[in-house]
Design a binder for this molecule. Structure first.
Ligand code: MN
Length: 388
């Protein structure tokens, strides 16, 4: 069939994101999205690498194979696609698109880091002395990276409010989101061999939306001195479609000016800032529009930093940007910032809200410019369930 693509579709021929889908009675396999259709690539391209239930085998083939495949798909969809390979997006189930190897989360927004510094450490300088010299990050938990649609069970743990003399235990009362962009490593690196900023596109396959769910009360009590742990590790969700790096070519912008100049291994050779506009919806109501172009550190700098000590990256590694926040209140990508620690509620469908309640649903979407319009990232939506 000829697939009809409306001119304003966020899933036009300049996007072509990859995901893993299944249809009733058939195993999960790799597909590519065009308009409101999913094309079964194992069937359409007659290539068994796409019969896998994850993108990892294809991603491991490397950049040349990614480029050849994208060219073949572009040619395929310009003509008659075999009917048996085409499914309606409404009739498929989407799965986690890749097997997550390691997961790292950065902290690359100066606005977010400054706001969190003021909220967590009101009596000291908001930015730590290292912040403008290196992309600060922590190792997260790969095994709890989940797909859009997976319910998020409210975590329980230790928490101690500033006025309390001893910690107590119970469900988090300050459950929050972090709207982020995540980068998926396709080609790994060798132990001991750093990945230079200039080789970013050799290793990174594409990008997904990330929600780094955060229990602020657990986090505030546990984070000194080794950083986030159980306040973050209970769940991180990602969008079902991986937008290939070449689809973002028209979204590339320089990062904000970096002063002081970073050390040589972090100097950008070409711009990898990205003009991606996010939208955060809380029970359907938009409460924030975080701008990714404001991020201080680029993803190429993040990858260079995370491998500069010789640590490897592997096929399926996910590294996320950290919360995206712009300078304006309505551009903040976490509710702790948006409501200033709960002191300044936001209106959600007419009600004053601060942190997440059971039953709440959070949806992240994002778009980026292409040569002819805008592309969309897949919707990332999860609902909060009561603590167990
Ligand atoms: Mn985060």
């Amino acid at each position: 069939m000829i697939i009809d693509v409306p001119a304003d579709s966020p899933y036009g021929t300049e996007n072509l994101p990859y995901g893993v889908f299944s249809t009733p009675g058939s195993p999960a396999r790799v597909g590519v999205r065009l308009a409101d259709r999913v094309i079964d690539l194992a069937a359409a391209l007659d290539d068994a690498v796409f019969a896998a239930a994850s993108l990892n085998p294809f991603m491991a083939q490397g950049r040349r194979s990614w480029e050849e495949t994208r060219a073949r798909i572009t040619e395929l969809v310009a003509g008659d696609v075999p009917d048996a390979a085409v499914h309606s997006v409404a009739q498929v189930t989407m799965h986690l698109p890749f097997e997550v190897a390691d997961y790292v989360d950065f902290y690359a927004s100066e606005h977010h880091a400054t706001n969190l510094g003021k909220l967590f450490r009101p009596d000291s300088e908001p930015l730590m002395p290292n912040w403008k010299h290196l992309p600060v990050g922590y190792h997260g938990r790969a095994g709890t990276v989940v797909n859009s649609g997976t319910p998020i069970v409210r975590p329980s743990g230790q928490r101690k409010a500033p006025g309390e003399s001893a910690p107590g235990f119970g469900p988090s009362k300050r459950l929050d989101i972090e709207a982020e962009l995540g980068f998926v490593v396709g080609t790994g690196s060798d132990l001991g061999a750093p990945v230079p900023v200039a080789e970013f596109a050799e290793h990174v396959f594409g990008a997904v939306l990330v929600n780094d769910w955060s229990a602020r009360d657990l986090q505030a009590w546990e984070y000194v001195p080794l950083g986030p742990f159980l306040g973050k590790s209970f769940a991180t969700s990602i969008s079902p479609w991986v937008v290939p790096l070449p689809a973002l070519e028209n979204a590339r912008v320089p990062t904000p000016r970096q002063i002081p100049e970073p050390l040589p291994y972090l100097r950008e050779t070409e711009p990898w800032g990205l003009d991606v506009e996010f939208s955060v919806r809380w029970n359907g109501a938009e409460v924030s529009r975080p701008p990714y172009r404001e991020m201080y550190w680029s993803p190429a700098q993040m990858l260079a930093h995370l491998t500069v000590n010789g640590a490897t990256c592997r096929t399926g590694d996910l590294f996320a940007s950290g919360t995206i926040s712009g300078p304006a209140r309505e551009q903040r990508g976490a509710f702790i910032e948006l409501t200033w620690g709960g002191a300044d509620p936001v209106l959600v469908n007419g009600a004053e809200r601060t942190f997440l309640e059971d039953g709440d649903e959070i949806t992240l979407t994002a778009s980026a410019p292409t040569a002819s319009g805008r592309l969309g990232f897949g919707e990332l939506s999860n609902r909060i369930l009561p603590a167990r």
